[in-house]
Design a protein around this ligand. Sequence first.
Ligand SMILES: Cc1ncc(COP(=O)(O)O)c(C=O)c1O
Length: 288
Amino acid sequence: MGFFASVDGLITPAHEARVSVLDNGFTFGDAVYETLRTYGGRPFALARHLRRLRASAGRLGIAIPLADAELATRLDALLARAENAESYIRFVVSRGVGDISYHFDKVQGPTVVMVVKPYVFPPAAWRTEGVRVSLVDVRRNHPDALDPAIKSCNLLNNILAMRAAQAAGAMEAILLNASGEIAEGAGSNVFVVRGGEVLTPPLAAGILAGITREVLLELAPGCGVAIRETPLRADDLLGADEAFLTSTLKELAPITRVDDRAIGSGRPGPLTLRLLDAFQRHAPSESI
Ligand SMILES: Cc1ncc(COP(=O)(O)O)c(C=O)c1O
């Protein structure tokens, strides 16, 4: 089982991997990232993740001079070296090495990093008991300030929210946007079930376009489940029949408590579990 990194194509044990202290990713958080996992040892939805990585980089004016096929080849070499049954995968692309200034023309880059480590499966209790989340006071960054659609390494908004959630004993923070609508989790998208219909905030709520969310929107009609994108308020979550989170690492995690309040029956709901099963059946087919 291995924890390995590739820095501009050079593979080493992760703890020996080095990036310059002058790297803009370190000095400014001037970098973008993706988190993936494998199914059957192969990365899930790599093409979708690379598309989002390039979109995030593009928003920051960072060009990634490697074709998808070259990135995939580097990742394959790293996965082969790590020999994990299943891996967590992180891509980080920073603007590159600068001089701690806003002189972007002096930056040599980008720096292209990949890290893999053994994937830790969600606890079995998530499926039977669900998870507890916390509605935190920290608001999601306003898209006009730092658009959450950019998956940037500038994660202080998420860190402040997670610190508040962890202090409240919850595994995830739910953030409202500046208008008081539900935005997303610190590391996940949010869904609620009401009257047999599944609802989730639209991208216009100022959220990350989650890959799990995207796949689920595609899969749901085939499972006889309607998912509708619509603005949601805190009361929609608190009064939901069921609720769940989605993310690459969590797949679908049933929300059974929001702070001290039980959601629905207080147990993972039937629609949530049906969609979780459908997602788990589908995911290996997109892992190539
Ligand atoms: C803020 C945020 N929202 C949503 C997600 C879920 O995205 P995905 O399904 O692509 O993992 C993540 C994942 O890390 C995230 O950080």
